[in-house]
Structure formats: C-alpha cells, structure tokens
Design a protein around this ligand. Structure first.
Ligand code: APR
Ligand code: PHB
Length: 395
C-alpha cells in the first residue's frame, strides 16, 4: 500500500475535474486527479460542443485557449426552424456576445496536455475508488487496483466524476434532496465526415420529431435526431439516418444537410437532474456529479466550468486568507446558476421536441410559442441571453 498527500483530491478527469485541477494549480494549490478510465478513452469520448463566452474566457485565462482560439468556430447566432422554415436568433446583435463551437473532447485533450506539461498529477485507469472520512476529520480517497491499495489523503475532495460516479453516492441519501425529470425521448447523434453547409446551428422543430444540425470543424458535422428513449442504434443503418435527417432538416429554401461518411453514432438519454446541497463535510460536488441538463440548451460543460470556477475561488480564499465564506456559500452560489440553466434547458427542450401523446391544447400552445419566439425581439432576447451564458457572479 502507498500513501499520498495532497490538498485537494479530485475524482474524475472530465471537463470539471481537469479544469478544477488547472485553476488550483494556477492558485498554487496541489491536487491529485483520479480517473477510472484511460486517457485515450477520456480524449475520445464525443460529447457536447458549445462554449459560452464565459467558458472561453475561463479557458483562455487558464492558459488553455491557444488551440481553441485557432480552431474554435465563433457563432454569432443560431437558427430556429419550424417545419423547414428558418428564423435566425442574432446573439451578437441582441447581446453583444457570441458562442464558440469546440468539441468537449478537444477541451479535455487541451486540459490534459496542459496539466501534464505543468507536472500535474493525473492518474488514469486508477482502479476502484472509494471516499472515506468526508464528514469529519481528514478525508481520504482509497484506490484499489490489481490487489494493491493506495490512499490519497487530502484536505478536501472534489467529486467531479459525473452522473455515474462514486462521489454523490458517498453522501448519505438523507442528506441530499434530489430533483429530477425524465423526458419521453432521447437523441440519436452522429458525427459525419461532411463539410458544414450552413454557417450556424439549426434547431428544427418538425412533425416527425426534433432535429439539430451542428458541427465540429470545417470538415465535420454533428447531427442529432429525436428518437425513442430506448432506441436501438442497431436498427439505424446509415441510409436510414440520412433519410430521416433529410426529412426533418430539409428547408423551404432548398437547403438540406450535406451527407458524408458516418464516423460515430450513439443514443443519448435526456434528463434534468439536480441534487442539493453540493457539499457534504469536506466533499464538494461539481459538474455532472451534481446536475444534468438535457442537451438542447447546450449548457452541460458550461455549468461544469462555472461550478469549478466558484470552487477554485473558494479554495483559494481558504488557503490564502484562511477564509471559509466562499466554501460555505459554494453550494448556494452554484445552485442559483444551475437552476437558471435547468429552467432554460427544460424550456428549449419542451419548445422544440414533439411530445407524442400530448393533449391537442399543448400542441397548439407549443406552435404559438415557436411563432412568438421567431417574431418577437423580446422573446428572441430571452433565448439569446441565456444561450450565450449569464454572467458569472462576482467574476
Ligand atoms: N472514479 C474515478 N473517475 C470516475 C468514476 C470513479 N468511480 N466514475 C466516473 N469517473 C470519471 C468518468 O470516467 C469521467 O471521465 O469521471 C469523469 C466525469 O466526467 P464527465 O462525465 O464528463 O463530467 P464533468 O467533468 O462534470 O463534465 C460535464 O460532461 O456529460 C458531459 O454534458 C456534460 O458537458 C457536460 C460535462
Ligand atoms: C453539439 O454540437 O454536440 C451540440 C450543439 C448544441 C446543442 C447540443 C449539442 O444544443
């Protein structure tokens, strides 16, 4: 058995764990990141791809903005489609801000490279992780692999291990309130070798179900189809996928997505989920470990970054000035933003998807809301300010 010492033990090397470890490093605080998967797996996992301007600033300030600035695609708006007719929501004109399209896996690659170049302690394929003494005393993370047990002793633990991680279940269930909503659909997502043929993302409401046209680079498009929650991907041949994408995305003006080789496909479930509070003793939850949003509002990675921004700031005040106010307020500070993002993501999801068994009244109301959104500057402004990202408190 080996024993290790650190100030902050971080469980999980996704966007939240990696960014936290980088922000702490810049503040002179030592951390060890424990990740169950391989580096290759973490860097290859295809996830979300839209960064709010606050996330872009955070990445730049953290010293990981170079490739993002070179390769990220700045978008000054999105298009909302209703049955093949497109309406633009001009973010920059309405809010003065843009978003940047840059894949989460690229963010993860950049953060891993930076941490390793700076001598950061990232442990991939670390084995089975369990947390001890989180309520009082000095917490420790126990790691078991191939019959060998290591102990990482820390002042604080950050649970950045996503929805299926061990951090949240380490908290007694009676200490947490869980708020959850499931949706009666999922997204079938593909990555295609095809040059984007539209400048901006298209969120299409269609009788056959929602479809999203997105992209990753000047050569790669990312597309999604609303599907059944238990959709079997094996039933979706490439031809069937393109035919359905064409049926839903083809526009009145003659545009339809350019087809190409499908590089990757998968089904992503949809849920809204929050636990409160985000702290238990010396354990702090961040990112998907604490909350999940449906992907329609493109908020997942951005919320994860906001959490660790507040957590790093609070830990810095703790170590530099011996002040605990930031840590004490961490949960409440994050939850304010989390609930705003939850509301927005739920609203975008409810607005754009087809709800098969809804009463006729709700269908009519939904169409009226889409019509309102695409014809009122005030309604477009509300979408725009939430999509580009609300300002960080006290930043
Ligand atoms: N021990 C160590 N690591 C773990 C464990 C465990 N028991 N369980 C899970 N992990 C790792 C996962 O392998 C993953 O690499 O924790 C990491 C969590 O990363 P994410 O799920 O990406 O969560 P987070 O960093 O909070 O980022 C949130 O991810 O799911 C997207 O849309 C979401 O963009 C958002 C972002
Ligand atoms: C993506 O490009 O993967 C993407 C874009 C916008 C979303 C969700 C996902 O709302």
């Amino acid at each position: 058995m080996a024993q290790f010492e650190t100030q902050v033990g971080i469980v999980g090397a996704g966007p939240s764990g990696l960014m936290l470890s980088q922000l702490l490093h810049l503040a002179g605080i030592h951390s060890i990141v424990l990740e169950v998967r391989s580096r290759h797996y973490c860097e290859g996992r295809v996830r979300a791809g839209v960064l709010e301007h606050t996330s872009v600033t955070m990445l730049r300030n953290a010293g990981v903005g170079q490739r993002l600035d070179r390769e990220g695609l700045q978008h000054a708006g999105i298009e909302i489609g209703i049955q093949g007719v497109l309406h633009r929501i001009p973010f920059e004109e309405l809010t003065g801000k843009c978003v940047t399209v840059y894949g989460q896996q690229e963010v993860v690659k950049d953060l891993i490279a930076r941490r390793l170049a700076d001598g950061g302690d990232l442990r991939f394929e670390c084995g089975e992780v369990s947390l001890e003494n989180i309520e009082q005393g000095r917490p420790l993370i126990r790691v078991r692999k191939d019959g060998v047990e290591d102990e990482v002793h820390c002042d604080f633990i950050a649970g950045c291990d996503g929805y299926h991680g061990v951090a949240r279940p380490s908290i007694p269930s009676q200490a947490l309130n869980v708020y959850e909503r499931l949706y009666p659909f999922a997204w079938l997502g593909i990555l295609a070798e095809a040059a984007p043929s539209r400048e901006e993302l298209v969120y299409m409401h269609h009788e056959r179900g929602f479809a999203l046209y997105s992209m990753r680079s000047p050569h790669i498009t990312r597309l999604y189809l609303q599907c059944k929650p238990d959709e079997d991907i094996a039933e979706w041949s490439d031809d069937r996928i393109w035919s359905e994408l064409n049926a839903r995305l083809s526009c009145e003006d003659g545009w339809r997505p350019t087809e190409g080789k499908i590089l990757q496909k998968g089904v992503t479930g949809m849920r809204s989920f929050v636990v409160e509070p985000l702290q238990y003793g010396q354990l702090f939850l961040a990112g998907d470990a604490a909350h999940i949003v449906p992907p329609t509002g493109a908020k997942g990675m951005n919320l994860a970054f906001a959490d660790v921004h507040y957590l790093a700031r609070a830990l810095r005040a703790r170590y530099e000035e011996n002040k605990d106010e930031g840590l004490d307020a961490y949960s409440a500070t994050c939850l304010k933003r989390v609930w705003r993002a939850q509301r927005f993501s739920w609203w975008m999801t409810s607005l754009l998807h087809r709800f098969e068994h809804e009463p006729a009244f709700d269908r009519k109301r939904q169409l009226a809301e889409l019509e309102y959104l695409t014809s009122s500057r005030a309604a477009a402004m509300s979408l725009a300010e939430n999509y580009v990202g609300l300002p960080l408190e006290g930043a």
